[in-house]
Design a protein around this ligand. Structure first.
Ligand code: ADP
Ligand code: ASP
Ligand code: MG
Length: 415
């Protein structure tokens, strides 16, 4: 049994959905579980809806219409029968969203965010499931919120593995394609999410619970490359990787794989394939437990929009364990993702990602005890398996704010 995951880029328009159907048609008799994200940039469009709603702007109605129009354009191209039930189904999902906006009384940003953002996946899976069924690729649509159970950490929920595995296991050995939403989970009756780009992780959760043989994530790139082709020309395909190498690349920010995806797969030795939905017959990248699979070429990773925070003692005293513990407590409390740390006798620097918009609070807390300065919008470059050429090319013409090297990893923070 295999799990497939299709991301937003693969279904950004009607042709994308047709292409997905062609790929699934090839594999339909293996009855994969299919996990699907929101179409194209729908999640970003829903983030606009959330902000318009919570900040009471006049653009709310228009921002919902953008989401509806986008999906209507796609279904008009996919379904030639204008009486098809999909047209009512999509209108009804949007009505549910409007009903939530009308009746919701919560002002908790993260809670409201998750209740609204999940509509992207509900829309996409409803469309794709119906389209496949019309084509004769029989599938059953599942509400993932009945299977993936989480705690109430909205926007970065933690999976309750016991309950989740128990419920997903009930799907075993059915001769049908199951099709469901990535990214979402539930805490009781409330929708939760696993973090932006979390659908890869959903695929891994299903694979783990079903003891799948493999997971394939279908991407707009030939596989895992040694660099993000958006920033580096001549990026090369890495045909094979070990779990540990892949987890390092994902951790440092190679956004082609969500960093949480590898752990459940590694635990059950489930192979991960990263393949191109544009060229489905090409091999892509195979990731498994073979420890010998270290890339022979340097791998470059870019993380933009980081914040470099520099902390030093007020009275020239050492920054000791107690201070470091204090600093990390605050970073943890405000859900800052720490990507690099460096310390000296009287100073401590961290490069963080402020996913939850908490920088202001963190700085306020730090400034009670320390001198604190920060530089926003810095870029963190990481090079795994660097050599002198790689160092030269990555540091050339850059204003380097911080640099760190281990045996196999070089990191620089630049402005
Ligand atoms: P999805 O459609 O599943 O959401 P993503 O956009 O999250 O797909 O991931 C694919 C993108 O990841 C590629 O378009 C590419 O720009 C980016 N990417 C970043 N690092 C790498 C890498 N090392 N190899 C391949 N792609 C990468
Ligand atoms: N749709 C969600 C996002 O854009 C989840 C995903 O695509 O993996 O973050
Ligand atoms: Mg994505």
């Amino acid at each position: 049994m295999n799990v497939f995951k299709f991301g937003g880029a693969s279904i950004k328009d009607a042709n994308g959905v047709k292409n997905l159907a062609a790929i699934l048609n090839e594999y339909s008799k293996t009855y994969p579980v299919v996990v699907i994200s929101a179409m194209g940039k729908t999640t970003n469009a829903l983030e606009d809806v959330i902000d318009n709603y919570l900040y009471h702007t006049s653009a709310l109605e228009a921002s919902i219409q953008v989401v509806l129009d986008y999906h209507n354009t796609i279904i008009s191209e996919l379904f030639l029968d204008s009486e098809d039930s999909i047209f009512i189904a999509i209108a009804s999902i949007i009505n549910d969203l409007k009903m939530f906006l009308k009746t919701n009384a919560s002002t908790d940003y993260n809670f409201v965010y998750d209740q609204i953002i999940g509509y992207g996946e509900l829309l996409s899976t409803t469309i794709v499931s119906r389209y496949l069924n019309v084509l004769g690729i029989q599938n059953k649509w599942l509400d993932v919120r009945k299977y993936i159970h989480t705690d109430a950490s909205y926007r970065r929920a933690n999976v309750n593995w016991e309950q989740t595995v128990k419920d997903i296991s009930t799907l075993q050995q059915h001769k049908i394609i199951y099709l469901t939403q990535g990214f979402l989970g539930a805490n009781g009756n409330c929708t939760t999410t696993l973090g932006r780009e979390g659908s890869d992780y959903t695929a891994a959760i299903f694979a783990y619970a079903l003891n799948a043989k493999s997971v394939t994530i279908w991407k707009d790139v030939p596989g895992v490359l040694n660099a993000d082709p958006r920033y580096f020309k001549d990026a090369q395909l890495l045909e094979q990787l070990s779990y540990s190498e892949a987890i390092e690349l994902a951790f440092y920010g190679a956004s082609v794989i969500h960093p949480k995806t590898l752990q459940p797969l590694h635990q059950k030795d489930i192979t991960l394939f990263v393949k191109s939905f544009l060229n489905p017959l090409s091999k892509g990248t195979k990731i498994n437990s073979d420890p010998g699979l270290v890339p022979a070429i340097p791998c470059y990773i870019v993380k933009k929009n980081q914040v470099l925070i520099q902390i030093s003692s007020l009275d020239f005293s050492y920054i000791v364990e107690e201070n470091i513990s204090d600093i990390f407590n605050i970073l943890h409390r405000f859900k800052m993702k720490v990507d690099l740390i460096q310390n000296s006798a009287i100073s401590f620097s961290v490069c963080v990602e402020d996913v939850f918009n908490n920088l202001k609070h963190v700085l306020e807390h730090f400034s009670v005890t320390y001198n604190v300065t920060y530089i926003p919008k810095v870029t963190l470059y990481t090079v795994r398996h660097y050599n002198s050429n790689a160092i030269n090319s990555i540091t050339k013409n850059k204003n380097i704010l911080l640099q760190q090297r281990t045996l196999d990893t070089l990191q620089i923070v630049t402005k």
